[in-house]
Structures are given as C-alpha cells and as structure tokens.
Design a protein around this ligand. Structure first.
Ligand code: SAH
Length: 391
C-alpha cells in the first residue's frame, strides 16, 4: 500500500533538515486523506523527501521516525530497538550490577512517542502517540527478536500516557507474559521491588541512577533526608553507603510502604519512612540533617504555569536549606522540561538568599545516557540538578 503524503509550506522544511522530528500543523500545505496514527511521508514544497512518521490531528501533526526513505516493516522496528539496546550495553549502563534502564527514550532514540523501560527482561511500554500504540505488535516482535528467550514480559501501560481522546478505549495489559510475580531488580547492586502495574509512571524512576550513586559518596556516617522519595531510590543508596540514619518522605502511602520493603530487602535497619506532604514535613519538624535530597515531581508541565513552578522551587529549596546542618549537602532537582537549567539554577540561588545560607555548587547534574539528549532536539532535556555545599 503506498504511504500517504504531506507537503509543507515553502520554508517549513528547515527544522526537519536539521533533524528536528516534529511537523507542526501550521507547516502543512497539502495533506492526503490520512487517518489518525497512520504513516505519512513528508515532502518540502519543492517535493524533496524529508522523512516518514506517524500522523495525528493535533498541534504536533507528524512525529518522524526516519529522515531517510525506508519501509516501516519488522526489520525497521528491530533495527531501532536492537540499536538502542546495544547502545546501552556498550556504554555499560546494563552490566553485572545493573539490570534496569530506559530502553527507548522517544526522540532521543529516534522513536518519538515511545517510552520503554527494561526491568531484567520485563519491558514496560508507554505510547505517547496513537501511531506508536497502533504499532505495538511490531514493537513486541522486535523486542522478542532483540532479547530472545530473555524477554519475560511486556506490559502496555499506555492508558496513562496517550492523549485523552484515545486513552479512553485503551486498557493496560500484558502483550507478552501475564505478570503476577514479584520482580526484584538491581541498580548498582542496590535491590528494588518493581511494581509497574500499581506504581507511578513505568514503576521506577530510572533516570536518577547516576545521581543516586553520587549521593552514596556523601552519605557515610550522615543523617540523610530523602524527600519525594517514592519507593526509596536515593534512600537505599545512602543507607548502603553507611549513612547513620535515613528518612524517606513521600505523600504516597503505597510508595512509602514499598520503600520500607526495599529497606528490608537490602538488610537496612536504620531507615524510616513517612507518608506525608514534604512541605509540611519540612515546616513542622525541627530535625536537621547533614544531607537532604529534593526530587519533586514536575512543578510545571506547561509554559503557562512556569511562574508558579519557579515560586514552588524557591519555596521548597529555601525550606530544605534551613534544615541543613552547617557543612551539610543539598541534592536538588527539577524534572520540568519547561524550566530550563539556568532558570532552575537561579531559582535555587534565590532560595539560598531567602534562607540566608551561603552555598557552593559542587556538582551540576543531568539525565543519564539512557535518556539521550540529541542536540537537534533540545526539548528532550528535562532533568537537571545541583549539589550544594551549605556553609
Ligand atoms: N526520587 C524518587 C522519584 C520521585 S517522583 C526516586 O528516586 O524514585 C516524585 C514523588 O513525589 C512521587 O512519589 C510523588 O508521590 C511524590 N509527591 C508529589 N507531591 C508531593 C508532596 N507535596 N509531598 C510529598 N510527596 C509528594
């Protein structure tokens, strides 16, 4: 079947020639009768081939999966997924101590609209575009070819990530395997129970792996507070690195329960979990800590709430800075894509001024290589952090 075509207005090809993979609706001049999620070939006004991608009737109308003419068949999907897997193995992200990582990070892996996390042979699949969801069987085949018998299950958890109009008809389900077993993974030899069915997002926040490892360096003999702790990622690293005591705080009671189970799993006895609002916890208790981790959810998901997000970051960081002992350390993060690095750094500086604390930046942090940022698509950069030494 011939692939349908989209032709752009004159001059609208430039971003695609720079390998930015999105076509906005306003750039389209002529469009065949294309169905939602269907593959289209995109051409410039002078009929130069620009790429092939999934169409959807929205502001971002096409997400390109290739900038060269290629048939989107089983071989195409296998090449993309196998390449992403080999990249993670070659970089040593997956190794004898770590069997969990992000396997596909959308645009960063040349597959806009697709997120997949890998948990020791189990894959959690989240489609953010209807086109990717319609290709799920092809993607499963590619996973089976990539991992062979090592593929234990594939769970489609797209009902939470697809645009609302499609999500309604979609249920989360196993595409391979049937679940029901407790899965324990290891990340830098720290063990974690993963519950992707009931947990948040794909079940675990794999993007903090390297930043958690860095926390280990500063934790020995320290009183550590891990806020927005979810299932205790940072807490387990700190405790195993010899922290004197570790407190986890998260508003989700099931997450705190799992952080306690993770502590037991790792033979940790000096961990306490609190199912509380972090702002209240920081205000109410007069504890002080040597090390505090702030890893809040995205305060701004769109540009119109950016200002409120900045206020949120300043308030939170100021509260935490007041709780840090002299000579202590703050790990502070933002995962809001719309808050750029400089704005975040400035917000943290403002917080230090407000709290009256003199600080030194000892690390600037970002997302790891299994969440690749490609220079042609700066929108892919979302996680940033700082480590401050607090006088
Ligand atoms: N640091 C975690 C990931 C944090 S995700 C890790 O390494 O795995 C953000 C977490 O913040 C979620 O678990 C969510 O339940 C929690 N959360 C959101 N708002 C909160 C609030 N006001 N107080 C406490 N926890 C909150």
């Amino acid at each position: 079947m011939p692939v349908k075509r989209i032709t752009l207005h004159n001059g609208k090809e430039h971003s695609l020639l720079r390998f930015h993979p999105w076509v906005f609706s306003g750039a389209i001049k002529i469009k065949d009768d294309v169905a939602e999620g269907e593959l289209v070939e995109v051409y410039s006004a002078s009929q130069k081939f620009l790429g092939v991608g999934h169409y959807t009737n929205a502001s971002i109308s096409v997400r390109l999966v290739s900038f060269t003419p290629v048939e989107i068949n089983d071989e195409f999907w296998f090449n993309k997924i196998n390449k992403a897997y080999q990249y993670r193995k070659e970089l040593g992200i997956l190794n004898e101590n770590t069997n969990v990582c992000r396997l596909i990070f959308g645009e960063g892996d040349g597959l806009p609209g697709l997120i997949m996390d890998y948990y020791d042979g189990h894959v959690v699949f989240q489609a953010h575009s209807i086109g990717m969801h319609m290709n799920r069987e092809n993607i499963v085949k590619a996973l089976q070819k990539t991992f062979g018998a090592g593929l234990k299950s594939v769970y489609d958890k797209s009902s939470e990530t697809l645009p609302k109009q499609y999500a309604a008809g979609v249920k989360n389900e196993y595409l391979v395997g049937k679940g029901g077993e407790q899965v324990v993974v290891k990340e830098n030899n720290c063990k974690f129970i993963i519950d992707w069915e009931k947990g948040q997002k794909t079940g675990f926040f794999v993007d903090q792996r390297e930043n958690r490892l860095l926390l280990s360096k500063y934790s020995k003999g320290k009183k550590v507070l891990n806020t927005f702790s979810y299932t205790g990622g940072f807490s387990i690293y700190a405790a195993l690195a010899g922290a004197e005591l570790v407190h986890s705080v998260d508003s989700s009671a099931p997450a705190i329960e799992l952080s306690k189970q993770n502590a037991v799993l790792n033979n940790i006895s000096n961990h306490e979990g609190y199912a509380e609002d972090v702002f209240d916890f920081l205000k109410d208790k007069d504890n002080t800590y040597d090390v505090i981790v702030l890893d809040p959810p995205a305060f701004a998901k769109s540009r119109d709430v950016k200002h409120n997000a900045v206020k949120g970051y300043i308030k939170l960081n100021a509260l935490a800075l007041r709780k840090i002992k002299s000579g202590g350390i703050l790990f502070t993060f933002s995962c809001s894509g719309v808050i750029d690095k400089m704005l975040f750094y400035n917000s943290v500086s403002a917080a230090a001024i407000e709290a009256g604390r003199n600080v030194k930046v000892i690390h600037y942090l970002n997302q790891p290589a299994d969440h690749p940022v490609i220079p042609f698509f700066p929108e892919g950069e979302y996680l940033k952090g700082m480590v401050l030494w607090v006088e």
